[in-house]
Write a protein that binds this ligand. Structure first.
Ligand code: CP
Length: 333
């Protein structure tokens, strides 16, 4: 168990040792129990976290805001469209100024090809922790909650069979960050992961390579399938979710790229998680989704509301893991 976290950035869990991740899970469990007992836990009294959002959020914003309140501190919600960033203020100046005011800068920037670089630049100049609230490559806060949920359900995650599947959705082109963070995390815990996706929806090749190395080092595996059935068969955990086909077109930022992404998407309307697919998983299998889900497109209501679904537990664990990360990095040793 590693315990030195103070001022540590969290941009991807891959940058944190397994000892550090295990500490996060222990602290999250401790804080969940303290909350259940209604015991105050003012670990961040008088501390301030700035929450900068370039995009919409329900779970991430509110788990951070409610989380720091429960720890005795305070969060400032910053809609970046109302900040001087909107007039072009640099990441360096933003990082240095907010560092002088508070104790953490937490950021969601999912713009493809931009978000992660923005967070890395903030981290270069900030002297407080930069905590990612999701970028175009990683979503560390989500995958910590996912792993906590898996640990709660199964105890030991080693050799669990996980299906991470692309699914159809029309609400928006969802970032690559959730499945990419999941393949990186799950392979570190020795899980057997199969990613199913149509050929136009690949994940980033460097992430896949790192996940394969994680699997080799930790006794897990990472495989790929071109259909949902192959991934779902006998799975203990299924995570069907859309991600945009950013890598399946020449330039996703252009009008032509966006049109091509839409054309690719519409070919795969039948990639929905339904009861028939759930019937080929293990009887004890769990259905997970980071939420928000496109009901009727990514998943049938009877599945997301059914006996396999742990989505509300998974969402609740966002606050316990967020509190653990904040307590350790903003207030720890
Ligand atoms: N899963 C997740 O990050 O949800 P929000 O977009 O609502 O924050």
């Amino acid at each position: 168990m590693d315990t030195k976290f103070r001022k540590k950035h969290l941009i991807t869990c891959q940058d944190w040792s397994k000892g550090e991740l295990d500490t996060v899970f222990e602290v999250a469990k401790y804080l969940k129990l303290k909350h259940a007992l209604n015991e105050p836990c003012n670990l961040l009294k008088d501390k301030t976290a700035f929450l900068m959002f370039f995009e919409e959020s329900t779970r991430t914003r509110n788990s951070m805001e409610a989380g720091i309140t429960q720890l005795g501190g305070h969060a400032h919600f910053l809609d970046t469209s109302t900040m001087q960033i909107n007039h072009g203020e640099s990441a360096k100046d933003t990082a240095e100024v907010l560092s002088s005011f508070g104790d953490a800068i937490c950021v969601r920037n999912c713009f493809y090809g931009i978000g992660n670089e923005y967070l890395r630049t903030l981290a270069k100049y900030a002297n407080v922790p930069i905590l990612s609230l999701q970028d175009d490559i990683y979503h560390p806060m989500q995958v910590l909650a996912d792993m906590m949920t898996i640990n709660e359900t199964f105890g030991n995650p080693r050799k669990l069979k996980v299906a991470i599947s692309w699914a159809y959705a029309t609400s928006h082109a969802k970032p690559l960050s959730v499945p990419q963070s999941q393949i990186l995390m799950f392979t570190r815990y020795g899980m057997d992961v199969t990613v199913a996706a149509p050929k136009e929806f690949p994940l980033m090749s460097n992430i896949v390579e790192t996940a394969k190395e994680n699997a080799e080092l930790n006794g897990g595996s990472l495989k790929f399938a071109d259909n949902m059935e192959d991934a779902f068969r006998d799975a203990d955990i299924v995570i069907p979710k859309n991600w945009g086909g950013f890598l399946g077109v020449e330039d996703p930022a252009t009008a032509e790229g966006k049109a091509q992404m839409k054309m690719n998407l519409e070919k795969y309307k039948d990639w929905i998680c339904d009861e028939k697919l759930m019937s080929i998983t293990q009887k004890h299998s769990i259905y997970m989704h980071a939420l928000p889900a496109d009901r009727g497109k990514e998943v049938e209501n009877s599945v997301i509301d059914g006996r396999h679904s742990v989505v509300i537990q998974e969402a609740e664990n966002r606050i316990h893991t967020a509190k653990a990360v904040m307590a350790l990095t903003m207030g720890g040793r």
